[in-house]
Write a new protein. Structure first.
Length: 56
């Protein structure tokens, strides 16, 4: 299944000191779902260690 392509806009990511793109909460909310990868700014509360999402 192909995912909808989300255009990258200002504020969607920043570069880490190592040079990697780190997506912000703004981008994750625009995307609309949790990828369950343990993202640093996950607004869905996914915990990669326990494989669970916090209920809101």
């Amino acid at each position: 299944m192909l995912k909808k392509r989300i255009p990258i806009e200002e504020g969607d990511y920043y570069l880490t000191p190592e040079g990697y793109k780190c997506f912000t909460e703004q981008y994750h909310l625009k995307r609309g779902y949790c990828c369950e990868s343990g993202c640093r700014h996950c607004p869905y509360g996914f915990n990669k260690k326990t494989n669970t999402t916090k209920k809101k």
